[in-house]
Design a protein around this ligand. Sequence first.
Ligand SMILES: Cc1cc2nc3c(=O)[nH]c(=O)nc-3n(C[C@H](O)[C@H](O)[C@H](O)COP(=O)(O)OP(=O)(O)OC[C@H]3O[C@@H](n4cnc5c(N)ncnc54)[C@H](O)[C@@H]3O)c2cc1C
Length: 356
Amino acid sequence: MPSAQKIIVIGAGIIGASIAWHLQRKGADVTVIAEKIGGVATPNSFAWINASWGNPEFYYRFRHRSMTEWSRLAKELPDLPLRWCGGLCWDLPEAELDAYAAQHYGWGYGLQPVNQAASAMIEPNLAEPPEYALHVAEEGAVEPVAAAEILLKDAGNRGARLLSGIEVGRLLTQDGRITGIETSEGALHADHVVLAAGAGTVALAASAGIDVPLETPPGLIVHSRPAPKLLNGLVMAPGLHMRQTAEGRVIAGSDFGGTDPAGNPEAAANELFDKVKAALKGGSSLALDFHTVGYRPTPKDGLPILGGVDTRPGLYLAVLHSGVTLAPLVGLLAAEEMLDGSSTPQLSAFRLSRFA
Ligand SMILES: Cc1cc2nc3c(=O)[nH]c(=O)nc-3n(C[C@H](O)[C@H](O)[C@H](O)COP(=O)(O)OP(=O)(O)OC[C@H]3O[C@@H](n4cnc5c(N)ncnc54)[C@H](O)[C@@H]3O)c2cc1C
């Protein structure tokens, strides 16, 4: 029997965790190495799982398939804090909402137009239920750090090694091939190195002469103290996206991706939280616990960067926004490509080479 392929995964956010888990399940010899278990962007995410408006059809289909892949993962890992709680959306002008509904309904997205009475039934604690909204029962959310930890723990139980609190300084190259990494604790070698380091991907790729065009826009999210149930699902109101976490915290951004709090995050957080309180019946009893400003690892054209790099065999890149939505599918396909030596047509639109 051939020996298992040795693979180093740099990064233990939701993407590194999913790739490591899928690789381990397929029989690889996996080492995950990261400064922070649970990730950097991942703990600051709104974590809405969706294939909502604003994307071309091929990317809609990729996202929609990943929603199904979350259900597959949840069957294998029943403790995953995943809820198909549905999303109520009216954050577009009516004509754009109609166009989104017509297009996505045609593509098979499970959305339903709802009037004010139906909105109030779906979310009885909205102070002002919308007169017209779209409800997508098949959307959901996951608690992303807990999900990453569960994936890593299960991969560890199956033999993966997890090295945390360690900084990777650079990629090691021999004759053009990536052969390993240099860390604060010494060098490690492998057949493949997966770069799932979120915003840290740029510097590590540059150490091997690879340019990864990434932007990292900031996003403010406010978190209430845990509270009795006020929201059933996701609410995408104009200027205010909210959900209630498994712990009972109402979390919100002025957009699911958060917006730039500019010079004064504290003031922006207080202002946003006042909006949350006003939007909910019973909201006045909510207390702001903390806010986060996350940096979203977003490739310059908004689409994921996934796959090998022609000029640097041995390296696999996985850097993307909507990483929470896409983690299960990215993990599945990345593991297939690396271990089967295949090239998946579903990933062809996401290669780094598109920027050349
Ligand atoms: C405010 C906000 C809202 C969002 N909302 C959503 C949403 O609603 N839905 C959705 O699908 N997505 C959303 N996203 C995007 C999603 O959260 C990210 O795409 C995802 O978390 C990225 O995960 P990751 O594992 O790639 O990166 P990260 O979570 O950033 O993890 C990077 C990992 O790499 C490690 N690392 C980096 N550099 C090094 C180094 N040199 N040495 C060692 N380790 C290193 C870090 O320690 C960490 O473990 C949101 C993001 C933000 C910030």
